[in-house]
Design a protein around this ligand. Structure first.
Ligand code: GLY
Length: 369
């Protein structure tokens, strides 16, 4: 254990990602930021608090000037400006100033909200990501995207704001419910598909250990997955160009997520979106038929869906057009140029997208085949 990755910008290290099997080394890692002089606020949700807040507090107690905990109700419903306002009020009451530090302990919602509060409270305070879900470890804790939902719009208000450190305790993945765990696997598989075919094949070879949640395998998997994402976000931290490659599977995936009223988990929709985007890539002769079917079928043993019932393909198509990844009339669609390499394409037509959606649409007729 104790591998680390450094995320750089303009060849300068910005923050490290550390891989551990407990919270024991958190205080030691934070000493680099002189926490003995600082107040720390652990921001978490009602669920994660029960699992880990005491353990993390025990590690930090006595190591900093003051330690406080703030929690809000678990779930996407909390990801709004009201929660942000309540956290500001708490920090003001606790007299947090610009030298103090926030710790985001939890999944993607906790990380995104805490990062946004850190970016804006007193025009910016330091924060550390301590992601406890596979989705947060693989994706949202890396790359500095922070923010909240606004009305019905997901992640509509936010900021790019980098953490000082990402501390991953791989052991936390053991308490995740199966469905949440496999939802995170979709982002991990996506990283292999867009950036590193060897890593994608490694996932297939290590499927047994991944199901078993073997700690060493999880650490290696997350290190390789984060390496893929790091290489993308270092080149384009604020998504002016190639960072959009990370949205492979997300244009149709987000549309399904919305159409299904968020009944399906994010990663489940990403898996569906990856299948549809790989299908379009095959139809454009970018990847072969065998490669398409391999991509599609490999989501199944990772307990991810490759088809969805009760959708209206035309509605999904309309929703893809309202996705944030649109520029003018053109959808910035991400295709696979080959296995392990993605590309941005602005020429994907509505007919191609509809064909991709129909590929993942499971109808009554499919039962009869
Ligand atoms: N989740 C995609 C990104 O961080 O850009």
């Amino acid at each position: 254990m104790s591998q680390r990755l450094s995320v750089n910008q303009n060849n300068k290290p910005i923050y490290d990602i550390v891989y551990e099997s407990s919270f024991a080394r958190l205080a030691e890692e934070l000493e680099a930021f002189e926490i003995s002089q600082k107040k720390l606020c652990i921001i978490t949700d009602s669920k994660v608090k029960g699992f880990y807040a005491d353990e993390v507090s025990a590690v930090l107690e006595g190591k900093c000037r003051k330690l406080v905990i703030y929690d809000f109700p678990n779930g996407e419903e909390s990801k709004n400006l009201e929660t942000v306002k309540n956290i500001y009020a708490f920090l003001i009451e606790m007299q947090f100033d610009r030298k103090d530090m926030l710790l985001a302990l939890g999944g993607g919602v906790v990380g995104d909200i805490t990062g946004f509060v850190a970016a804006t409270y007193l025009r910016g305070v330091d924060f550390v990501q301590i992601p406890t879900t596979l989705l947060a470890q693989a994706d949202s804790s890396i790359g500095g995207k922070t923010g909240v939902d606004f009305d019905q719009y997901k992640n509509m208000v936010g900021a790019f704001y980098m953490p000082k450190l990402v501390y991953m305790n791989m052991e936390t993945l053991k308490t995740l419910e199966d469905r949440q765990y496999y939802s995170g696997m979709a982002e991990v598989m996506k990283h292999g598909l867009i950036k590193d075919v060897k890593f994608y094949e490694w996932l297939i070879d290590n499927i047994y250990e991944i199901h078993e949640r073997n700690l060493e395998t999880l650490e290696e998997m997350m290190y390789q997955s984060n390496l893929c994402k790091k290489l993308v976000v270092e080149k384009d931290p604020t998504e002016k160009g190639d960072r959009a490659l990370l949205n492979f599977g997300h244009t149709i995936g987000h549309a399904v997520e919305k159409a299904k009223n968020f009944e399906l988990l994010h990663g489940e929709c990403v898996a569906l979106g990856c299948v549809a985007a790989a299908f379009i890539s095959w139809k454009r002769n970018l990847i072969s038929m065998d490669e398409y079917y391999e991509i599609r079928d490999m989501f199944v043993p990772f307990n991810l869906p490759i088809s969805v019932e009760n959708i209206n393909p035309e509605e999904i198509l309309a929703l893809t057009a309202s996705d944030k990844k649109t520029e003018g009339d053109n959808i910035k669609f991400i295709l696979l140029k080959k296995m392990g390499k993605a590309m941005i394409d602005r020429s994907v037509t509505k007919e191609e997208i509809l064909a991709g959606i129909n590929e993942i649409y499971f109808t009554d007729e499919d039962w009869n085949e």
